[in-house]
Design a protein. Sequence first.
Length: 231
Amino acid sequence: MSRLVAIVSSDHHMGDGSARDDVRRSDGLRLLAEVGHIGDMIGDTGAKVVLVGDVLDAWRYRLPDCIKAHRRQLQALANLNPIYLVGNHDVALLRNDAPVLPAGFELRRLATVGGWYICHGDQFDPNPVFWRKVGKAGCRVLAKLGGWWPAAEDWLSNAAGRIEGVGRWGGVDHYEEAAVRHATACGLRGAILGHTHRGSIGATYVNTGTWREKGWVLMREDGTGEWWGLW
């Protein structure tokens, strides 16, 4: 079997630990277990762990609350010394006044690993500025409504993402093509992105989907990838 070069995941959307949080108690325990297995998988392969953005959800919650609620998970991830490629929901981590993560994360916007161009993918949104503003406002409003209407918390949480996505899901083909075109123009194998929550593994394009549904992508030296997780 070809050597493992990268272990990739994105879109965890860790929140404040409330009932609306995408990563609840059982999910948090699953993540801790997966991190332990990943450490064993890496061994002496030299494989790199890459978090492809939106690990924290600073659109729907306060960033310090996200870090506090998921300190154990973040510390476990930090122990893997991952590259953390911030996305549109956690780009605030790059600010000078951002709350401090556990030591070990390498915060960046893009990386090349194993011949792949890797970034969260919001850079390739067809309508980034307008729909990011609409999505961000919608996330905040719906997160507040969830506290007033507990029975609808799950629906509202998902609806926040749908509001953000209205402007881009019709352009998914364009999104993929733009990313691959950019990667190949840079002389790379292809692109690995998150952002759309639509997981797929192909020869030149990989999307990590959401961690909760898809887990991790194990990328190998020959360019192949496979899903892995403890569901």
